[in-house]
Design a binder for this molecule. Structure first.
Ligand code: SAH
Length: 393
């Protein structure tokens, strides 16, 4: 049982699932990592049941705001069932066999991420609570998804904050998963679920890749931070005249080349440049190169607000260079997946970049994460990916 300090029950009343260590007055008994605890306000009223995490600043994550509800295997089966039902109803489910099935807090399963790549699931257990219930969760995932193989990628940095060691490998079933073939809107991609970044593929950008495909016809395209070629291949499929894809990871470029070969596309129009984007953009500028469509999808420069300042400098730098490389009438699709940089801050950084590049631009569209990455209204932290489509006039 944990008792909150007076007034610190407010966020719980708004149904926010996190209880920080500083909000706790008293811990009754000696709950271990992942144990289910009752949460009470300072007057002793029961508010919720939560998973205890002794070494994390987020000391507990709420399972249910019904303090009488049992947290057991059936509870997790029900949560997984609900998450899967939501995905089955999405239009994207008819266009791709790769979807995010569970998106942590927003699906009522704090710390759990599950992506489906055709017949293989990739799971990340990122908090003490889901770690404690790992076996029943895995059972429910296999039973309800119909996928017999689950590869675990519990190797994200955030596990350390929970006092958990990394765990990687097949948790259920076994099959060669070095390259999982998936289809996304008619394009073939190979996903390396074992060595790839995150769980292997950036599913959150699925619909934005479609937008780029629809905008690419006849254009010269620069795809910055191209990973395994998601935007680059879509631009090519959309009829781009030429595509230059810049990516610093040699492994990612290797998979990107395999992805190109796996599709009936004109490979001569796509050039992969294994390089640092910051350096390469400068080089292109110095060469006087220009493009009609630039995509910038960098990694998380600022995981939390504390790194926002350095991140702002990096975002400004690449966007400024992109504005310089764009021809008049050209489009810039620019993204940030930093939790520490919100949409308003990102927009002002991009505005500063345009100003310094002496470019005039208008926002013609805004981007977010695909619908299989829902954001629960009570959990705004779940909204991390934002993007702008800018028209340079
Ligand atoms: N747009 C991609 C996902 C990009 S993820 C898609 O749709 O699949 C970000 C990528 O940036 C990663 O592949 C990472 O290896 C790469 N990266 C990180 N820092 C970089 C840098 N300085 N220069 C080039 N690539 C970089």
């Amino acid at each position: 049982m944990i008792v909150l300090k007076q007034g610190r029950e407010k966020s719980l009343r708004r149904r926010h699932p996190w209880i920080f260590s500083g909000a706790i007055e008293k811990v009754g008994g000696s709950p271990g990592a992942g144990d289910t605890v009752e949460v009470r306000d300072s007057s002793g009223k029961a508010l919720a049941r939560a998973a205890y995490s002794p070494s994390s600043q987020i000391r507990a994550r709420v399972w249910t705001f019904d303090a009488a509800q049992e947290v057991d295997a059936a509870f997790f089966r029900e949560r997984v069932l609900r998450a899967l039902a939501l995905r089955e109803a999405l239009p994207a489910a008819r266009h791709s066999n790769a979807l995010r099935l569970v998106h942590g807090e927003s699906d009522g399963l704090p710390g759990l991420v599950v992506d489906r790549y055709a017949d293989v699931l990739v799971a990340q257990f990122l908090a003490a609570g889901v770690e404690r219930w790992r076996e029943p969760i895995l059972d429910a995932l296999v039973e309800l998804s119909g996928c017999s193989a689950v590869y675990e990628r519990s190797d994200a940095e955030t596990r350390k904050l929970e006092g958990l060691a990394a765990r990687v490998g097949f948790a259920r079933g076994d099959r060669a998963a070095k390259r999982c073939p998936i289809i996304e809107y008619g394009l073939n991609f190979r996903v390396d679920v074992e060595q790839g970044q995150k769980t292997g593929f950036f599913l959150d950008q699925r619909e934005n890749r479609q937008r780029v495909r629809a905008l690419a016809a006849g254009r010269e395209v620069l795809d910055g931070f191209s990973y395994t070629g998601g935007f680059a291949l879509n631009a090519l499929a959309g009829g781009a005249r030429r595509v230059v894809a810049v990516e610093s990871s040699k492994e990612a470029v290797q998979v990107a080349q395999e992805n190109l070969a796996a599709n009936p596309l004109d490979a001569s129009r796509l050039e992969f440049v294994p390089a640092d984007v910051f350096t390469q953009l400068r080089k292109l500028r110095d060469q006087g190169a220009s493009f009609d469509l630039v995509v910038l999808d960098p990694p998380k420069f600022a995981p939390t607000a504390a790194q926002a300042k350095n991140a702002a400098r990096a975002y400004k730098d690449i966007n400024l260079l992109a504005f310089k490389l764009l021809r008049p009438g050209g489009l810039l699709a620019t993204f940030s997946c930093s939790g520490g940089v919100d949409a308003a801050l990102f927009q002002s950084i991009v505005a500063g970049a345009a100003l310094d590049a002496q470019a005039e631009a208008k926002i013609v569209e805004r981007f977010g994460a695909a619908a299989d990455h829902p954001v629960a209204l009570e959990f705004p932290e779940g909204e991390y990916l934002k993007g702008l489509l800018l028209l340079k006039t």
